[in-house]
Design a binder for this molecule. Structure first.
Ligand code: ATP
Length: 438
C-alpha cells in the first residue's frame, strides 16, 4: 500500500550545476548535477569531507549555492526558505522532544496543538461548536496519519511512551515517523544509522528500503559506508572532493567503476589496481606488469590507451581472482567456484597472510617478479628489503591456504577493468559508444 502524502505525482529533486565554496577557498561541492525521481532512493557516498552533507544542506536550504539551481517537486527553491521547501530531514542523532510522548513527537510537524484540558474543550464545545468540531476533525485526521506512519514503521506499540523509554533504534524509527507524517516531497537522511550497532543497522536498512516503496516523495540518503550505499540505494552517487565521480545502480558502479577512485572506494577490500603496460604482441594484446602477464579478452581490445608507452592500470576484484597452491593435489577437479574455469593463470607468488572478511577468506599474495609498480599500486608491499607488491584474492569456499604457501594466481579475464594510467578514467567508459563518466 502507498502512503499518499498529497503531493504531485511528479515529486522529484533536481540539482543543476550546483557549487558551494566556504571561506573563499574550500570547495565543498562543485558543479553537481543530479536528478532524483519520485519514490527513488539515491545514496550519496564518499569519504569524509567529500561534500555529502553540504549537498544535503543545500537541498534543505540550510546553505545557499554559489552557483546552480535546485528544484524540488518541479519548483525552483533557491530562494525558498527551508521550512517552505516541503522536505523532511533525519539526522544521525535525531532529537526527540523529551517532554512529549512518541505520538506527540510524531504529530509535532502537523501543527498539533494539543487537546487542551477538559474544561477548555467543554467550554469551546459550548461557546463555539463549529470551531470545536473543526478542531476535533483535525485532531482525528492527524491521529490517523500518525497511526498510519507508526504502522508502516512497526512502532504503534510505542506511541504512548516517552523518548527516555526508547532504545537508539526506536528513537531513529520515531524520527523517521516524524518525517513520514509530514508527507514531504523529499526525505533527506544524513547518516541516520551510523550510531546504531551493526545488527540494528542491517535491520533498519531493510526497513528504509521497504519504506521507500510505501511513501511518496524521493529519498536522498548520505553515508560514508560503501557497503550501506550498495545495499540501500536504487542508485548510488559516489563523491570525491566535492565532485560526483559516478552515478548508477549499485551493481553497475561496483562492476564498472568510472575511474580508479570508485574502483578502490567501493568494495571491502576495493579493487586490486595493478599498474602496467599494454603490449601488442602475438595475435592478441596483453597486459604486462613485472611478473604478471594477462592476455586481454576481445571485449577490451578497443580500450588501447592513447599513451605511447601503453601505460594502463588493470583493475580486478578479489573475488574474480583465484589461486592454487603449487604442487597441491586437487581433489575437487574444479577451478574456483564462481570463476570461469577457463580463467587464465597470470602469475605466481607467495601468500603473505589470510584474513576472514565477512563470508570471505582473503589471501594477500606477494607477486613473484613484482609488478611495474612505482609505489602507486594499490594495497601493500611486503615489508623487508625485497619489496614485492601484493594483491588480494578471495578464496573459494572451503579452500585452505596458509601464509607461506607458494601459489599460482589466475583471474577471470572477462571481469577485467582497464584504466588510463594518467587520468585514472575507465578506458571502457572512454569509448565513444559508451556513456561518459561524470
Ligand atoms: P563527513 O562524512 O565527514 O561529514 P562530508 O562528505 O559530509 O564529510 P561536508 O561536511 O559536506 O563533507 O564538507 C565538505 C567540505 O567542506 C569539507 O572540506 C569541510 O571541511 C568543508 N566545510 C563544510 N562546512 C563548512 C563550513 N561551514 N565552513 C567551512 N568549511 C566547511
Amino acid at each position: 500500500m502507498t502512503l499518499r502524502v498529497g503531493l504531485s505525482d511528479m515529486a522529484e529533486l533536481v540539482l543543476q550545476g550546483v557549487s558551494k565554496m566556504f571561506g573563499g577557498s574550500v570547495i565543498a561541492v562543485q558543479d553537481l548535477n543530479l536528478e532524483v525521481r519520485d519514490q527513488e532512493l539515491v545514496v550519496l557516498v564518499g569519504p569524509s569531507g567529500c561534500g555529502k552533507t553540504t549537498t544535503l544542506r543545500l537541498i534543505a536550504g540550510l546553505e545557499r549555492p554559489d552557483q546552480g539551481m535546485i528544484w524540488i517537486d518541479g519548483r525552483p527553491v533557491n530562494r525558498v526558505a527551508p521550512r517552505d521547501r516541503n522536505i523532511a530531514m533525519v539526522f544521525q542523532h535525531s532529537v526527540l522532544y523529551p517532554h512529549m510522548t512518541v505520538f506527540k513527537n510524531m504529530a509535532v510537524g502537523l501543527t498539533w496543538r494539543g487537546d487542551g484540558d477538559r474544561i477548555r474543550r467543554g467550554w469551546m464545545r459550548w461557546r463555539q461548536p463549529a470551531a470545536a468540531e473543526r478542531r476535533a476533525a483535525q485532531r482525528r485526521a492527524i491521529a490517523r496519519q500518525v497511526q498510519e506512519a507508526a504502522r508502516v514503521l512497526g512502532i504503534e506499540h510505542l506511541l504512548e511512551r516517552w523518548p527516555r523509554q526508547l532504545s537508539g533504534g526506536e528513537c531513529q524509527r520515531v524520527a523517521l515517523g516524524r518525517a513520514i507524517v509530514r508527507q514531504p516531497a523529499a526525505f533527506l537522511l544524513d547518516e541516520p544509522l551510523s550510531h546504531l550497532d551493526a545488527q540494528l543497522r542491517v535491520e533498519m536498512r531493510r526497513e528504509i528500503r521497504r519504506l521507500r516503496q510505501r511513501v511518496r516523495g524521493c529519498l536522498v540518503y548520505v553515508t560514508h559506508d560503501q557497503a550501506e550505499a550498495l545495499a540501500l540505494g536504487d542508485r548510488v552517487v559516489v563523491m570525491h572532493r566535492g565532485r560526483i565521480q559516478q552515478t548508477g545502480p549499485p551493481r553497475e558502479v561496483y562492476d564498472q567503476p568510472a575511474n580508479v577512485f570508485v574502483a578502490g572506494f567501493l568494495g571491502a577490500p576495493g579493487m586490486n589496481l595493478l599498474p602496467g603496460r599494454w603490449m601488442d604482441t602475438g595475435d592478441r594484446p596483453c597486459f604486462a606488469s613485472g611478473g604478471l602477464r594477462v592476455s586481454l579478452p576481445a571485449s577490451v581490445w578497443g580500450c588501447r590507451p592513447a599513451r605511447e608507452d601503453g601505460g594502463v592500470t588493470l583493475g580486478i576484484r578479489p573475488e574474480h581472482l583465484w589461486l592454487e597452491v603449487r604442487n597441491e593435489v586437487r581433489n575437487d577437479g574444479s577451478g574456483r567456484a564462481g570463476v570461469d574455469r577457463t580463467a587464465q593463470v597470470v602469475g605466481s607468488g607467495r601468500v603473505v597472510m589470510t584474513e576472514l572478511c565477512g563470508p570471505m577468506v582473503l589471501a594477500t599474495v606477494a607477486v613473484d617478479g613484482g609488478l611495474d609498480c612505482d609505489g602507486s599500486c594499490r594495497g601493500r608491499t611486503t615489508s623487508g628489503s625485497a619489496q614485492r607488491p601484493e594483491i588480494v584474492v578471495a578464496l573459494s569456499p572451503g579452500q585452505t591456504v596458509e601464509a607461506g604457501h607458494e601459489v599460482s594466481v589466475g583471474l577471470d579475464s572477462s571481469r577485467i577493468q582497464l584504466f588510463d594510467a594518467r587520468t585514472g578514467a575507465n578506458l571502457r567508459a572512454m569509448r565513444p559508444r559508451d556513456k561518459k563518466p561524470e
